[in-house]
Write a protein that binds this ligand. Structure first.
Ligand code: ZN
Ligand code: ZN
Length: 366
């Protein structure tokens, strides 16, 4: 099959023939119909995540089950599925508590770029190629654990299904699950990429008000307003924090950081009011630190919380998000800024790195 391989940091992605092993116990092979280009792919591409190389990138994807390995129940060839980059084991303390994003069983495998059993299913040029976040969907096919796929109804546009698997569930989930937003709460969203725009639409759907969107790209204003932002603040403004505080009448009740930049997290915290909460959604590169005033956190009862993968329960929430989108209650089509064939993956990545777009998607079959 063809796949986009990152051989070394700094080299362009190489679209080439990659061997893919058949699915083993508990695994499925999925014919990829659409993949998104997410910030986490770019973090890995530029060396900020330092996960094993070479690897096939891509972790936001959807497709159709091609074949199933031994012992797989509940999925069959022909089933349309959304792929998950955090596959729950279903058995551990966190899975049992309804917090599958915290499941640690597959985390160690993801760190090593392998699947169950400690081996990769990918090879190219006679060498082992690693999996990225257990998905590796910038490819015509992917082999994943069956637990990393959620079956969806037939007829969902593949672009919508792919984006729900990361950007939508992460952003909307941050607003609904991590922040539990209530009508009328004031919100500020720092960063309006694919995830941030979904925080904005999650906040708007929860009737938060005002919903202040912040981004350094002026082109994001109309996008943010499309997704329900009531105000937009240019992230380059030196008085950014003061302006967000002014628009929210003294600071946001809930602020979200949706990029993964420590400096932006500091600004988000500073833009909350007394008793306010900051939800960190973007995944910052390892080893970075942010500074907060601990006295202010105590005396003003401010909170900072992390939200991974929308703190979601994917099997329940992904079909629900798709139902809401089909009913016009969530915007998915507006997230798709551009489409590329797999052969043009380099252009797709550069387009996303410009920071001016919501999401670009890749069709591995084009
Ligand atoms: Zn992602
Ligand atoms: Zn688990």
């Amino acid at each position: 099959m063809r796949a986009a391989v990152l051989w070394e940091i700094g080299l362009p992605l190489s679209v080439e023939e990659v061997e893919l092993d058949p699915p083993q116990d508990g695994e499925i092979e999925v014919a990829i119909a659409c993949s998104g280009v997410c910030g986490s792919d770019i973090h890995q591409l530029v060396g900020e995540y330092a996960l094993p190389l070479p690897c096939v990138l891509g972790h936001e994807g959807a497709g159709v089950v091609e074949r199933v390995g031994p012992g797989v129940t509940g999925l069959a060839p022909g089933d349309p599925v959304v792929l998950l980059w955090r596959s729950p084991c279903g058995r551990c303390e966190f899975c049992q508590a309804g917090r599958p994003a915290l499941c640690s069983e597959a985390a160690e495998l993801r760190q090593r770029g392998v699947l169950v059993g400690g081996r990769s299913r990918l090879r190219a040029r006679g060498k082992t190629v690693h999996h990225f976040l257990g998905v590796s969907c910038w490819a015509e096919y992917a082999v994943v654990p069956a637990s990393a796929a959620v079956r969806i109804p037939p007829g969902v546009p593949p672009e919508h299904a792919a984006l729900v698997g990361c950007a939508v569930v992460t952003g909307v989930g941050a607003a609904w699950n991590a922040a539990s937003l209530r009508p009328g709460q004031s919100v500020a969203v720092f960063g309006c990429g694919g995830v941030g725009l979904n925080v904005v639409q999650g906040a708007a759907a929860a009737a938060a008000h005002p919903v202040v969107a912040v981004d350094v790209q002026p082109s994001k204003e109309s996008l943010a307003r499309t997704f329900g932002a009531t105000h937009f603040v240019d992230g380059n403004r030196p008085d950014l924090v003061a302006e967000v505080c002014r628009l929210t009448g003294g600071g946001a009740e809930v602020a979200f950081e949706a990029v993964g930049l420590p400096a932006l997290a500091e600004q988000a915290v500073a833009a909350t009011r007394r008793g306010g909460r900051t939800v960190l959604v973007g995944v910052a590169p390892g080893g970075t630190t942010a500074r907060f005033d601990p006295q202010a956190l105590v005396q003003q009862e401010r909170a900072i919380i992390g939200c991974l993968y929308g703190s979601c329960r994917p099997a329940e929430e992904i079909p629900r998000l798709l139902r809401m989108a089909a009913a016009g209650r969530l915007r998915l089509q507006e997230l798709v800024s551009r489409r590329y064939p797999l052969a043009a993956i380099g252009e797709a990545v550069e387009a996303m790195r410009s920071g001016a777009l919501a999401r670009v998607v890749v069709d591995p079959r084009a």
